[in-house]
Design a protein around this ligand. Structure first.
Ligand SMILES: N[C@@H](CCC(=O)N[C@@H](CS)C(=O)NCC(=O)O)C(=O)O
Length: 205
């Protein structure tokens, strides 16, 4: 979102060590011991979708809502992707690559992939007559939905049945902000404690 808005920002993982081992300074920022959390000139906010909605509204422009109704729809799609989509999508990516090979269970991945069919159908229907979810333009709703929907690429056997969603995901992935994020992730050196947690099969996202 910071990239899409052209904001100056700095990424820090100082004090973050995974939920159970964060420094007291980090826990003062986010008592859940999780990322993301932002410090916006002393204003602290956690929960990823709350953060992106906040930034979109604060900085205005086409990414944020132009009316209370648009605000409602952007909130709706953000809550929807978290509550109806994220859990099986996370299970899917963990068991198709996120976990060490000996901890992966393909039958769990297949079950998760199948349970994405219903929400994918809802999204496909919503996109039948439009390119973006709200207001005929790319908004925070697409940024939030797209970021989680992207995980469904690990289930091509299911995603390929939804042509509208597939084309939509391609549009979202072509955004400069999305590309910049991929570059960041590719270039980021994982701290050694993350590698150890993954090796232990600690899970998480
Ligand atoms: N609901 C939270 C979830 C955040 C979350 O799952 N963060 C993961 C990294 S992506 C984390 O910090 N996990 C730490 C752990 O599980 O120890 C959000 O959307 O911000």
């Amino acid at each position: 979102m910071a990239e899409e808005l052209g904001l100056d920002y700095e990424i820090s993982t100082e004090g973050y060590r995974g939920r159970d081992a964060c420094s007291p300074d980090f826990l003062a920022l986010n008592p859940n011991g999780m990322i993301p959390v932002i410090d916006d000139g002393g204003f602290i906010l956690w929960e990823s979708m709350a953060i992106t909605l906040y930034l979109a509204k604060k900085h205005g422009g086409p990414l944020g809502p132009a009316s209370t109704e648009e605000d409602g729809l952007m909130t709706q799609w953000s809550f929807w992707v978290m509550t109806e989509f994220e859990k099986p999508a996370l299970e899917l990516i963990l068991h198709r690559g996120g976990l060490p090979e000996d901890k992966r269970d393909e039958s769990r991945a297949q079950k998760a992939a199948q349970s994405l069919r219903r929400p994918l159908g809802v999204l496909d229907h919503a996109l039948a007559d439009r390119e973006y979810l709200v207001g005929g333009r790319f908004t925070v709703a697409d940024l939030n939905v797209g970021s989680v929907l992207n995980w469904a690429r690990s289930a091509p056997e299911v995603l390929s049945s939804f042509a509208g969603v597939t084309a939509y995901l391609d549009r979202v992935r072509a955004r400069p902000g999305f590309k910049a994020l991929r570059e960041l992730q590719r270039g980021a050196k994982l701290p050694s404690w993350v590698e150890k947690r993954v090796a232990r099969g600690a899970g998480g996202s």
